[in-house]
Design a protein around this ligand. Structure first.
Ligand SMILES: [Zn+2]
Length: 174
């Protein structure tokens, strides 16, 4: 496995253990050249999924990218990484069980919205506001990029954009 930091191939597995009720194996790895540490997951892949972007371009579904993006939407929210991992697994299984090899990016977006709604109302509102602005014009990965930008711009968790109708689920100002 190539090191994500220095790109050398001199990396070692330090620890392997099952996660998600034995549905995946997590390997902690260390790079012998730069000392960088990273984690890889081994999972069953039932089928190859292709995402059709708004532009019509087809790209392989990238679980890690989805996972990182959801972590950004949930930044500073009190959600354990294991729950995020289970949520991502649930989304992937739903995509796999649709029986379609090609899935529009909007379908992925809707699944993420549904999952976030159940997991964390604040992250859901944060996500939904950006998603609704974008979904007519842009593809899902652009939406996630926008969320990342807003999160980095220092928008506090729970700060709900004015144009989003109150859902009652967003946290209240005291
Ligand atoms: Zn390295």
């Amino acid at each position: 496995m190539r090191c994500p930091y220095c790109s050398c191939e001199n990396t070692q597995v330090r620890d392997s253990r099952p996660t998600e009720e034995n549905q995946s194996i997590r390997r902690r790895r260390i790079c012998e050249d730069c000392g960088g540490r990273f984690t890889t997951f081994e999972r069953v892949q039932l089928r190859e999924i292709i995402v059709i972007k708004r532009s019509g371009r087809r790209v392989p579904f990238d679980r890690e990218k989805l996972s990182r993006s959801i972590e950004v939407a949930l930044r500073k929210r009190p959600i354990q990484p294991e729950r995020i991992e289970r949520m991502v697994s649930g989304i992937v299984r739903q995509l796999e069980s649709m029986g379609e090899q090609e899935v529009p990016s909007s379908v992925v977006g809707e699944l993420v919205m549904e999952a976030l709604k159940g997991l964390d109302p604040v992250a859901y509102v944060r996500f939904a506001s950006v998603y609704r602005d974008f979904r007519e014009a842009a593809d899902f990965h652009e939406v996630l990029g926008e969320i990342a930008e807003r999160a980095t711009a220092g928008q506090e968790a729970g700060a709900v954009p004015a144009k989003v109708p109150a859902t009652g689920a967003a946290d209240r100002k005291h």
